[in-house]
Design a protein around this ligand. Structure first.
Ligand code: MG
Length: 349
């Protein structure tokens, strides 16, 4: 893409975003203004019944529709050993957590779950799983809490180790239950200090159980928090706690200004891109990986780049992109920085 079209695209996106927020601010409009843009039309989908999973709204990203696990991987990015059976994805005890390939920030999330129909164990040992935001940082507890007492902040629909649900709206084991979650991701300053905490509103089986509560940090078994700085968008994850809990009809609607889709790639994919890339005789660009993130050095600056596909990355601070390819059996990278578009560089180490 030429620099002029990149600038034009950025300008259009900026104008569109500003226009959208202006549209929503009542102070910018007189009452019943006929020129005020109408909201986008969304097919709301269909609600689930006990026997039949529903259909997501038309603007949702469907993460599981009952057929396959293409949107899910093991935490290290490898294929998961969880199985798909009778339209549900099921935890195989001992196989580990699963996470989404795509990363999400602020979002509306719908997920349905069912504990094993034949209850086994008690307390935390019965139908335990968990739905996580921020990778594995923030857990909304999934547990068979139907006539199964445990500590309050570990009950089904608790924000684990922080907030018990306002009420216990659990259904009996084996029956499908739902979470409808509004998630506001925490924000961090560039020095890692917390700017604003995570917030959760949660409906359990349609009943409000958390009303915009403020998380005090990471959830954890024996310790709470503190917050550890992380990117705004990270994968969603589901826990393997040793019980064959089932999930179905999982979808997400990104809120606010989600920007480009972002993906969390396996370490081994990122490692494949790490190395030195020769742009010309006197210029070598270093691509490195730190803390699971890819960086490249350009004009003395280290750019943190985010994956928008398995081989394309972009920075959020500057108009910078890099695309990795194999051409004629050579590993190459195309770097685009500002007006300098698509500079080919061959991997030399
Ligand atoms: Mg759990």
């Amino acid at each position: 893409m030429k620099a002029s079209s990149i600038i034009l695209t950025a300008l259009c996106v900026t104008i569109a975003l500003r226009a959208q927020s202006d549209d929503l601010d009542p102070r910018n409009w007189i009452g019943h203004d006929r020129t005020r843009p109408l909201p986008p039309v969304v097919d709301p989908g269909v609600g689930s019944t006990p026997d039949q999973a529903g259909k997501a709204p038309s603007d949702a990203i469907v993460l599981f529709d009952g057929t396959n696990l293409s949107k899910w991987v093991a935490m290290n990015g490898e294929p998961t050993k969880w199985i798909v059976k009778d339209g549900a994805m099921e935890c195989v005890p001992g196989s580990g957590y699963v996470r989404t390939l795509q990363c999400f920030g602020d979002a509306q999330v719908h997920v349905e779950f069912a504990s094993p129909a034949k209850p086994e164990g008690s307390g935390q040992g019965r139908g335990n799983s968990g739905f996580f935001f921020g990778g594995m940082r923030y857990e909304i507890q999934v547990l068979d809490s139907y006539q199964n007492d445990t500590y309050a902040d570990g009950s089904c629909a608790s924000i684990y180790n922080q907030y018990p649900p306002l009420v216990n709206a659990s259904r009996p084991p084996g029956q499908w239950q739902s979470y409808d979650i509004l998630w506001t991701a925490p924000r961090f300053e560039s020095d890692g200090k917390l700017r604003s905490p995570a917030r959760v509103t949660l409906f359990h089986n349609g009943v409000l159980v958390h009303h915009n509560v403020e998380l005090i940090g990471d959830t954890g078994w024996v310790t709470r928090g503190p917050y550890r700085a992380h990117p705004e968008k990270l994968p969603l994850a589901i826990q393997d706690h040793g019980n064959p809990v089932r999930f179905r009809n999982i979808w997400v609607r990104e809120l606010g200004r989600p920007g480009r889709p972002e993906f969390f790639l396996a370490d081994k994919v990122l490692d494949g891109y790490v190395g030195k890339y020769q742009v010309n005789r006197n210029w070598i660009v270093d691509v490195t990986r730190r803390d699971g993130c890819l960086f490249f050095q350009w004009a003395g600056e280290d750019f943190l780049v985010f994956a928008t596909s398995p081989n394309r990355f972009f920075a959020k601070t500057t108009d910078v992109q890099v695309e990795f390819k194999t051409e004629n059996n050579e590993d190459v990278a195309y770097f685009s920085v500002g007006e300098d578009g698509g500079m080919r560089a061959k991997k030399v180490k």
